[in-house]
Design a protein around this ligand. Structure first.
Ligand code: ADP
Length: 164
């Protein structure tokens, strides 16, 4: 049996060690993993979608993670999954608070397309509080984010904040 191709969708604004933890776990089950960054015109993002793609690629190189593709999409996740030939959707779970949303999304996507399965990976305990929003907040006020994101991401945050 060949392993299905999986996509890991999300905002990745920017990618953190929490996302990278999920990538590492998912890779064990899905050798073909594609990070799909959502370009949602209704949701304001700190980095543009192009910047997020580049930052994600740089972070993967820095972490020595090969063979994970990075792409972006607009519209429905299931349409993106089809286009990429993926039959599994990877998402990460932190604490209880993620569960309701992830459950709702997974059931909605299954309703839209019963061939696509969502697989949830539990994060490492040390990343269970970590989010892209927290990283931006800490960085904005001059805090040290080196235990939250790879240094290439930290540098991208510094550059972006200097532009603002
Ligand atoms: P979205 O806006 O789609 O939630 P995010 O980039 O915030 O996009 O998250 C993408 C996925 O990664 C979600 O499933 C989220 O729960 C998961 N995730 C985010 N941060 C962490 C973390 N620290 N540990 C594990 N999973 C995480």
């Amino acid at each position: 049996m060949t392993m299905p191709r999986a996509i890991y969708p999300g905002s990745f604004d920017p990618i953190t060690y929490g996302h990278i933890d999920i990538v590492r776990r998912a890779r064990k089950l899905f050798p073909k993993l594609i990070i799909a960054i959502v370009a949602n015109p209704n949701k304001h993002s700190f980095f543009s979608v192009g910047e997020r793609e580049q930052i994600t690629r740089d972070a993967l190189v820095e972490m020595g993670i090969n063979n994970v593709e990075v792409t972006s999409y607009t519209g429905l996740l299931i349409d993106c999954a089809h286009k990429l030939g993926a039959s599994a959707v990877v998402r990460g779970l932190r604490a209880n608070s993620d569960f309701d949303y992830e459950f709702q999304m997974a059931l909605t996507n299954r309703d839209l397309d019963s061939d696509i399965e969502t697989v949830l990976f539990m994060t490492a305990g040390k990343y269970s509080f970590l989010s892209s929003s927290i990283v931006k907040e800490v960085k904005r006020f001059g805090g040290d984010v080196s235990s939250f994101v790879p240094s290439s991401v930290d540098q991208a945050l510094t550059r972006k904040l200097a532009q603002a």
